[in-house]
Design a protein around this ligand. Sequence first.
Ligand SMILES: [Zn+2]
Length: 74
Amino acid sequence: MSPARKKQKLLRCPTCSKTVAAGDPEYPFCSERCRSIDLGKWASGVYRISSPILDPEVLEGLGEISKRSQDDDD
Ligand SMILES: [Zn+2]
């Protein structure tokens, strides 16, 4: 008896169209690099969407957090 082969779900990386397995840590991207590239596209407005996921206020809040962690270094 052979164990039932788990069918791995494959998806194409939105950035480079390489196939990515569903269990990949960077899923649905093939790599951290492609993930960053995709995020960069969102940030620069390459993808035009009617309701932005990132609110400008949220981005400002993130900036505050990184500023604070730098102050902690003092
Ligand atoms: Zn990729």
